[in-house]
Each structure stands twice: as C-alpha cells, then as structure tokens.
Design a protein around this ligand. Structure first.
Ligand code: LMR
Length: 393
C-alpha cells in the first residue's frame, strides 16, 4: 500500500537547513531557520537552563508519567510569564504541548471541536507551517492582508478591511510579537483596534507567541496578548519556550485557553483529551526546566539577563545592518530593518535576488527573503549589506 503514497513537498525552511549544511564554502552564512546564534555562530544552552538541568539531575528520582495536561506548576509559571501575575486563573485552562507548534495544532483542534464550521483567519504572510498544518487538517482558512511590501510595514488599514468579513465563532490567528516572517508588528493602539473588531464580531483570537523576549523585552512583547486577554471573553494563546529558553529540541510549549469560568473545567478536560488522542503525554523535561527557572529567583534573574543580552545583540545587528545599507545605498530605504523586531525581517528581495546571494555569496535566506538577524555577527553584516546591494535589492 505504501507505493500509493505521494511525495510531499519538503518544508521550505527545513529544506534550506539541509542545503546550507551541504554547502562546503567556509564563508557561508545561515540566515534561514529561526534559531538564535551567538557571535561565534553557536546556539548555546542558556546558563540558567544548564544550572536547572544539573539541579534536576540531582533531585529527580523518577521518570514516571506526569499529569496528562502537564504539571500545574508549569501552567502557572507560563501563565504568569505570558499574562502577568494577575492572570484570571478561574477562567484559564492550560496544556503542556510538544513545542509551540504542538500548541498551535491543539488550538486548531480544540476550536474545531467547539465549532466545526469555523474559518481560521491567518495573516498574509505567515509562518508557512501554520498554513501547512491547516491544509493537512483540511481546515478551512482565509488570509488577511498584513504586510505592505513597499513600506515593509504592517498594512493595518487593509488588515482591518479584510477582518471585517470575520464571522462569530471564527478564529483569528495573530502573532503576539516579532511577526514571522516579516518582523513588522502591531502597535498597542492597533492591538486595541483589533480587540474592538474581534469583540464586535464575536470571533476568537488565537495568539501565537513564539518569541516573547526577543523583540522589546519580556513585558513589552506580551503587551498585545495581555490587552487581548483582558478584553475578549475567549482567547487561545500558543506559547513556545523554544527560543526564549533556547530549548528547541526539548519541544516545550503551552496552550492557554481563556473561557468563561463555567466552561473552564470542560475546556481543561478537553485539552487533556486532545493530548491523549494525539500523543498522550507531552515531553516533560523542558517544561520542568522552564518551571524551575521561572520559580527560582536566582535562576530567573540569570535567565532574564541572558535573554536581554540576546535581544540587545539582535537589536545591535539590526542597527548595524541598517547603517551599512544606508551608506551603500545612499538612501534610507533599508531603515525598516532597524524598526522591525525579533529574529526576522522580510527584506523584500525577489526570489532571483535571494538565489543570487546564495550562489554568489553563500548567504542563505528563505525564498520569500526572510532573513534571520540572529544568524549574523558584526563581521558578516557588511558582507550581507554588500551582497544585498550587488543583488540589486
Ligand atoms: C522558523 O520559522 O524558522 C522557526 O519557527 C523554525 C521552524 O520550525 O520553522
């Protein structure tokens, strides 16, 4: 029967990872997959995570199963980080998931169980795997325009125009911060307008929060999410720990669902049921480390300090790249790179220009010209700037 299988198109981001690894040129620069790299091109284990791992190794006496929905202490620590200390515990159901992607998948599943007729609204562009998962689930989705390709900024008026067509019970997927792939984000005022619209429509926001702490800081990056959570009766939040705790391969994420207090227990039970149906228990190791870091004052302070170093490093690279390009292009048309936030910016280069940079300069970015700022260092920024100009961007 397996000879009836059709080859699946490879995931573009992961395929690029393979292409980069196979390139023998020593000067190659990987600006593809969204993984943080330090100035030496390494993705280190964060200090606080390493310490927590040592402590856990000493203290852990069993690897037996934990709770199906994940440990309550993990839920509480994540809810506090994402929603703030005064989060509404009486309305909040939480689920430990297989990374942020697992949280997205379970959110789609939950929403479909509650409303099989829903449409999911997704920004155009978005992280390609959002669309891939929705298509795989045969879940209807629609795109709302998000990005002004000329200004390299949020096309807010057109976004709001498109979202006028949202129906009650539809799910609207928003990126909490550090929009992937564009790097262009809503202002707090715009978040407020989105909240007004979704409230009026009776739609359910779903926030993918994969980069909290990588944009303007842990608190500021959660501001839009908190505003939505304070205003809307029902909200889903898919939070990832891959990037901000640097534990990509541990697959640690948390789905948070706000509903009315009377629905909380059934929602919580349904979330646990979804874990059981799809993969039973979520991985525990990463979730346990995150809980330890967030609940121990010393570990937390160290983690926050290191996260700030990472974030400021990326901001510095953004400034440097924008300055180099200002000089080389004799214009301010690349200044958006300093305004964008998070790991990514969409450069606005044609696929041909992206390919030219790969062939001529061994610079790897995603075909839509998304570049991972964290893949740069102070020495490679001038090389990239030169390549961008030479490719005619
Ligand atoms: C990315 O967008 O590069 C990351 O979220 C990694 C991934 O799984 O695609």
């Amino acid at each position: 029967m397996f000879n009836s299988l059709k080859a699946q198109a490879p995931d573009k981001i992961l395929a690029l990872m393979g292409q980069y690894r196979a390139d023998p040129r020593p000067e190659k620069v990987d600006l593809g997959v969204g993984v943080y790299k330090n100035a030496d091109g390494l993705t280190p284990v964060m200090r606080a995570i390493k310490t927590a791992e040592k402590q856990l190794w000493e203290a852990e006496t069993s690897k037996s199963y934990t709770a199906l929905a994940g440990e309550p202490a993990f839920h509480a620590a994540m809810a506090e980080m994402v929603l703030g200390a005064d989060y509404p515990a009486d309305r909040l159901a939480c689920l430990a998931t297989v990374g942020g992607t697992g949280a997205c998948r379970q959110a789609f599943e939950l929403a479909r169980m509650a409303n099989p007729d829903m449409t999911v609204w997704v920004s155009n562009p978005t992280w390609p795997n959002h669309l891939s998962i929705l298509a795989f689930m045969k879940q209807e989705y629609k795109l709302y325009r998000y990005f002004d390709n000329d200004a390299r900024a949020v096309a807010f008026d057109t976004m709001m125009e498109d979202l006028q067509a949202v129906k009650a019970g539809d799910v609207v997927l928003l990126h909490g911060c550090c929009h992937n792939p564009t790097g262009a984000n809503l202002t707090l005022e715009q978040w407020g307008a989105v909240a007004d619209l979704l409230e009026a429509k009776g739609a359910v926001p779903m926030i993918d929060l994969a980069y909290q702490g990588f944009g303007d800081g842990l608190e500021d990056d959660a501001a839009g999410t908190r505003l939505i959570a304070s205003r809307l009766p029902e909200v889903m939040i898919a939070a990832s720990c891959s990037k901000n705790f640097g534990i990509y391969r541990e697959r640690t994420g948390c789905l948070m669902v706000l509903s009315d207090a009377a629905s909380k227990d059934v929602t919580q039970g349904t979330l646990a049921y979804l874990n059981r149906q799809n993969y039973s228990f979520a991985p525990d190791h990463g979730a346990r480390l995150v809980t330890m870091v967030l609940t121990d004052a010393t570990l937390k302070a160290d983690w926050m300090a290191e996260l700030e170093e990472v974030r400021n490093g990326m901001l510095g690279l953004r400034e440097q790249l924008a300055a180099e390009l200002r000089q080389l292009s004799n214009s301010d048309r690349f200044d958006f790179l300093a305004r964008h936030r998070g790991m990514f910016s969409r450069l606005g280069a044609s696929p041909e220009a992206v390919e030219k940079m790969r062939v001529d300069n061994a610079i790897y970015m995603v075909g839509d010209s998304r570049l991972n700022i964290a893949g740069l260092n102070t020495k490679t920024v001038p090389l990239l700037a030169r390549a961008i100009i030479d490719a005619g961007v």
